[in-house]
Design a protein around this ligand. Sequence first.
Ligand SMILES: Cc1ncc(COP(=O)(O)O)c(C=O)c1O
Length: 386
Amino acid sequence: MKTPYFVIQEKLLAENIGGFQEALNTLWPGSILAYSVKTNSLPWILKWMDAHGVYAEVVSDEEYQLSLLSGCPADRIVFNGPVKTEEYLRKAFEGGSIINIDSRHELDFICREKPAVHGILGVRVNVDPSIFESHDVGYQEDGFRFGFGYENGELLKAIETLREVYGDIPIGLHMHVNSITRALGVYKAIARYAVKIVTDYDLTPAYIDIGGGFFGGVPGKTTPMEYIAGIREELEKAIDPAGTFLILEPGSAAVGSTVELHTSVIDVKDTAHGRIVTTDGSRIHIDPLWLKKGYMYTTDSKRPSHPRQVVCGYTCMDHDRLMVIEDKPELKAGDHIVYHRVGNYTVTFGGPFIRPFPPVYVQAGEQLELVRKQMTMDEYYRMETV
Ligand SMILES: Cc1ncc(COP(=O)(O)O)c(C=O)c1O
């Protein structure tokens, strides 16, 4: 098969999602599992999630629209993010979505239009980073970007604004933070913080949305059961699981471990400084932050090892170097390298830089099914409007 291409292992997807569903059913029945669409917005995945009872968590009008197109009903969408437009806020109110108000402009819209709530309304909390260990969570100096702060009274003002419009309806609290370590302690700290807010404001929240950021499908790391048990242990101090939903929004934990990138070696050469292996993959496909130093990979080369090979991508950027491998089988043109567990922020990240996105296949049993073809240059050219 012509490389490069992604393969999604459906079995692993089912295991990752099944793990969260089982843990929620056991520890907090009636919770909502929502897939973070931005992590990989491939329509096949969105349809798969919907078919398996998973809501869509979206952060733009376009993700909202894509979720609807993929068959997810509006009342199974969690609408987050600071860039919701009034048009899509209206749609979300009418359709009964779960809406987490992030910013002032959304409150202004609500005060002006007073749209009826058919779903559930929540407020994103601007969590104080100092509640975490500094090695677990960054942004210690400038804080997080999203939501309303408890410490400076903005959260209370936001809740009071909603109460002026809607009376004393149950409101949810959205508490996602990006952590460095995905440690259980991060979630326990968020849950304790939620308890503090709920107690201080005397709230019976409609839900606590703990967000995403979990490990998933990584042997030896915290499991969904352990995360949810830890969260419950803290939340229970002020929140009755029978009266308040728990919402989880995994992205990486759902898809990260399920995706492979299959590549081929195009050329091997020695320069005065070392061995350069050029492949038809690229770091732009599998390392959106350009920070990774190594990958879980397999190759079909059975040759004796070579002391040092610099594996590079197809782009003409000199820094498109995927990894330096030492004392590993020597690679030659035509060999294959498969990168495993590369599903986070990759398959749908970026654009047609130098070459279009690789196609995507799904492996279910022995079968490989093409679920995204490669865009042709003709199709790209026809996007021009002049
Ligand atoms: C609001 C929200 N929910 C969920 C996620 C998913 O996080 P992850 O992919 O780490 O699970 C993110 C990612 O940043 C997010 O911003």
